[in-house]
Ligand binder design. Structure first.
Ligand code: SF4
Ligand code: SF4
Length: 295
């Protein structure tokens, strides 16, 4: 069994072709700008969106008395919640939702296999994401194995922060890694993500030895890493490790902020500033002749 918080069909941004992306709960990192905050915890979480609430009172089924509605005004006492999910099941508008559902690997695969004809026509497949699939590595390994058993291409989005043993186990059935490179400087990496950079780079070197295909993914966060040093460090990595076929620079977006509010988390990072991605990419003046695709 694993804890899944979303299964997204017809994705075209998470590997080749048309893909089904399975989002797994739990992440070893704590990035300041996280855009999937509902994926961080390895427990189910209740999300509440007051904008969708119509004050119907159905959520009064809560055994902990966390919801009260008086004169059509709903009040939620999150500190009483024990995450049983009963209110979310009763809420008619989707104002209450559980992030995280226990599923077996077979149940997930049943959904993934529904789109097999699309994978076959487009060169797509299944992508594991999160959170970080390495956190529930036994479940991830089983999903990847089942996908290969069914002749489905596999990809995994990961921070790369895992033991060499876990990496070897996951790599056995992963065709492409979408590998995060969040910060070029080890001290800044620790400061903004909570974990050291060195094991991630050692794992990248190991993937190169294994001959695995890697797409390097670099978020560009204004005020943190939307700087020439980060772009040039990513380019340098691609010259060191031929396994890196593409580098994707991902401009910061604000999609995580409303989700943090729905989880009851105070927003930790926000800016309306957009990184100047075109100027940063132009720094790597040789990319017209470079075998690595920059996006
Ligand atoms: S998840 Fe369960 S305990 Fe939490 S508010 Fe809803 S019904 Fe109450
Ligand atoms: S059940 Fe949903 S819509 Fe109704 S009061 Fe509770 S949160 Fe609001």
């Amino acid at each position: 069994m694993g804890l899944v918080f979303n299964i997204q069909r017809f994705s075209v941004h998470d590997g080749s072709g048309i893909r089904t992306v399975v989002f797994l709960k739990g992440c070893p990192l704590d990035c300041l700008w996280c855009h999937n905050p509902e994926g961080k915890s390895l427990e189910p979480q209740l999300m509440f969106n007051p904008e969708q609430c119509i004050g119907c009172g159905e959520c009064a089924v809560c055994p902990a008395g966390a919801h009260t509605v008086a004169d059509g005004v709903h009040t939620f006492a999150r500190e009483k919640c024990v995450r049983c999910g009963k209110c979310a099941a009763a809420c008619p508008t989707g104002a209450l939702k559980m992030a995280g559902q226990e599923m077996s690997a077979g149940e997930v695969m049943e959904q993934v296999l529904r789109d097999r004809p699309f994978y076959e026509r487009s060169g797509g497949g299944m992508t594991l994401s999160g959170g970080d699939p390495c956190f529930q590595h036994a479940f991830s390994a089983e999903l990847l194995r089942l996908a290969h058993e069914n002749r489905i291409d596999t990809a995994m989005e990961t921070s790369g922060f895992m033991s060499p043993e876990v990496l070897a186990r996951l790599a056995a059935d992963t065709d492409t890694f979408l590998w995060d490179f969040k910060l070029y400087d080890p001290e800044l990496h620790k400061k903004y993500t909570g974990v050291p950079l060195e094991p991630i780079l050692a794992n990248l070197a190991a993937l190169n030895e294994m001959g695995k295909a890697v797409i390097l993914r670099c978020p560009l966060i204004p005020g943190v890493n939307a700087v020439p040093e980060h772009v040039l460090a990513a380019a340098a990595l691609s010259h060191t490790y031929p396994c890196i076929r593409e580098i994707h620079f991902l401009p910061y977006h604000r999609l995580g902020i409303p989700k943090e509010k729905r989880l009851g988390i105070a927003g930790r990072y926000d800016t309306e500033e957009k990184p100047d991605t075109a100027s940063l990419l132009a720094l790597c003046g040789e990319h017209a002749a470079c075998p690595v695709q920059l996006k």
